[in-house]
Design a binder for this molecule. Structure first.
Ligand code: GLU
Length: 550
């Protein structure tokens, strides 16, 4: 009896690997094209780190004329949840990260290298496992979980490395005849890889992100096929990324330490190893210490969070590119209008340690992204968000669509568009004062600034209404009149004049504008006041100003 007999007993009717090698030929891509993938487990939770990986993987594939595919890693069936795949597919789609190949919903997929769901690839893994058994590079292990546990305790007590290796790899030495007999007798077993490694020796690995790293060779006889017949992550990774033609494995750096094992698997299986790019996780500052963004503690760890608060997906994608390559920011300054797809992402420029998640920065990017939308785009996107998340905003936007479009159009479409909207959940607060009904219905404290003497304010506003305000004025005339008004009350026409000669004036034109602005809107900070007046219209402006001084 030899390894071939053993292989036939374990896998009596799987295909020869040559069948799969032919079925999945090498991809016909142009020189330099990169094939990447996102390979999540369908746990029902999409972590921002998964989106981060996808943004990077998709970008690298697109930039090089390659392929980005989605593979569902569902070999750990205990962790599965209903609609887990759909959740991933939908999230990717929402963020514009749909793959070129892979699952498109719970059941269906596109692409020639499938199935793209590991649980449907059982016989493929078994074919390769059989091949390893035939070569004497894998063997059945009959150890019970209690035995393994006992072994682990012994190893810990003796301060030795834990695992199944060297003298500890009991079943490695069982003669083939005996294994065959035990299998025929119905004894339970799993399959282990017979590692050829020697931990005294080092392997040199060049990681595209982490650079050169040395590791001791792997000597663990890891499980490759579990008792349910499904592969472990490690084995499936080697078989799938080989057959699917992945050139660059871009994944979380928690896998970096598995590289020696993975390279060994590729070698023993006779596969060309892919390049590895291990991404540092996105971190969070917590009481002065850095830690990974946590699913449990941080709402922003879930990609669903961004839709909930109404941060446009585009802004999130752009933020992720921003943390991927620190030169992105510079590029964005130089190319304010370019689509982010035009940025040339480089894996070797990614930071080796984890970037800190910075919400302020993300909101800044979001403000910029929203500032580029037309009023109609803002309207449509905000309404779609409000339909699900904020009934009041929806009502406000729909009450008078034409008027709302004017409100949203304030300081938009010009060189320096308004950048005061960061997320749709802020929009109501941002524009509500523009609606007379809401404005007069809510009580407000006018918080005046430099000029705060009630009598003076009253006189300024009265004079403004009676002598200066004319809704038909063009912007220059309008502003000149506010300067005239300033002069009338002893304020400098220009800030500069005031600064040069502060004792000659009570203040400057800015102080007068602020008084008008506060009376008009109840706020000290608003977009351009001229445009606001134009949108409000004559009647509303006068009504608001008179109301304020009452
Ligand atoms: N299913 C693995 C995970 O979710 C994939 C790792 C990889 O990209 O290879 O961590």
């Amino acid at each position: 009896m030899d390894y071939k007999d053993l292989a036939n007993v374990i896998f009596p009717d799987v295909k020869d690997i040559s069948y799969y090698e032919e079925k999945y030929p090498k991809r016909d891509l142009k020189e330099g094209a990169i094939v990447t993938r996102f390979a999540p487990s369908p746990t029902g939770f999409m972590h921002i780190g998964g989106l981060y990986q996808s943004v990077i993987a998709k970008k690298m594939a697109n930039q090089t004329g390659g392929v980005f595919f989605l593979r569902i890693e569902d070999t750990d069936q205990k962790r599965e949840v209903e609609n887990g795949v759909l959740n991933i597919v939908t999230s990717l789609k929402e963020f514009g990260m749909s793959p070129d190949e892979g699952m498109i919903d719970e059941e269906n997929e596109v692409g020639k290298y499938g199935p793209y769901k590991q649980s449907l690839r059982k016989e493929i893994y078994q074919a390769y496992a059989k091949y390893l058994v035939e070569k004497g590079c894998a063997y059945p292990c009959f150890c019970k979980s209690e035995e393994l546990e006992e072994m682990r305790q012994k190893q810990e007590a003796a301060k030795e490395r834990t695992g199944y290796y060297g003298v500890w790899s009991k079943c490695r030495h069982i003669p083939v005849n005996e294994s065959i007999e035990r299998i025929k007798n119905g004894e339970e077993y799993i399959l282990r890889f017979k590692s050829p490694g020697n931990p005294e020796k080092k392997i040199k690995h060049h990681d595209v992100i982490k650079g050169n790293v040395d590791f001791p060779e792997n000597d663990q006889d890891i499980v490759i096929i579990k008792s349910d017949g499904l592969p472990t992550y490690h084995f499936a990774h080697a078989v799938d990324d080989h057959l699917m033609g992945t050139t660059h494995v871009i994944r979380g750096d928690e896998w970096l330490s598995s590289v020696p094992l993975h390279l060994q698997l590729f070698q023993v299986l006779g596969f060309k190893a892919p390049k590895y790019a291990h991404i540092a996780p996105i971190m969070k500052e917590d009481n002065g210490a850095k830690r990974k963004l946590s699913k449990r503690k941080d709402p922003e760890a879930a990609v669903s969070y961004y839709a909930e608060v109404g941060i446009p997906e585009e802004a999130v994608d752009e933020y992720l590119l921003n943390i991927a390559n620190s030169n992105f920011e510079q590029w964005r300054k130089q190319n304010p209008d370019a689509a982010m797809e035009e940025f040339d992402l480089q894996l070797n420029k990614m930071s080796v340690s984890g970037a800190l998640f910075d919400m302020v920065k993300l909101l800044d990017i979001s403000k910029r992204v929203i500032s580029k939308y037309t009023a109609a785009e803002v309207y449509d996107k905000a309404i779609s968000w409000a339909e699900i998340h904020n009934e009041e905003l929806k009502k406000l936007l729909e009450k008078d669509k034409e008027y709302t479009l004017k409100v949203l159009g304030i300081e938009r479409g010009n060189i320096k568009p308004r950048k005061d909207i960061a997320k749709w959940s802020d929009l109501k607060e941002n524009i509500i004062y523009m609606y007379d009904e809401e404005f007069f219905a809510s009580s407000r404290q006018y918080e005046f600034q430099k000029i705060n003497d009630k009598e003076e304010i009253k006189e300024i506003i009265e004079s403004y209404i009676s002598k200066y305000f004319d809704i038909a004025d063009d912007k220059e005339t309008w502003f000149n009149k506010i300067k005239d008004l300033s002069e009338e009350f002893g304020y400098a026409r220009e800030t500069k004049e005031f600064k040069q000669n502060p004792d000659a004036y009570k203040g400057h034109v800015g102080d007068i504008s602020t008084v008008i602005r506060i009376c008009l809107t109840g706020r000290a900070n608003t977009p351009d006041m001229y445009e606001i007046m134009k949108v409000l219209g004559k009647e509303s402006v006068i009504k608001r100003l008179e109301y304020a001084i009452k």
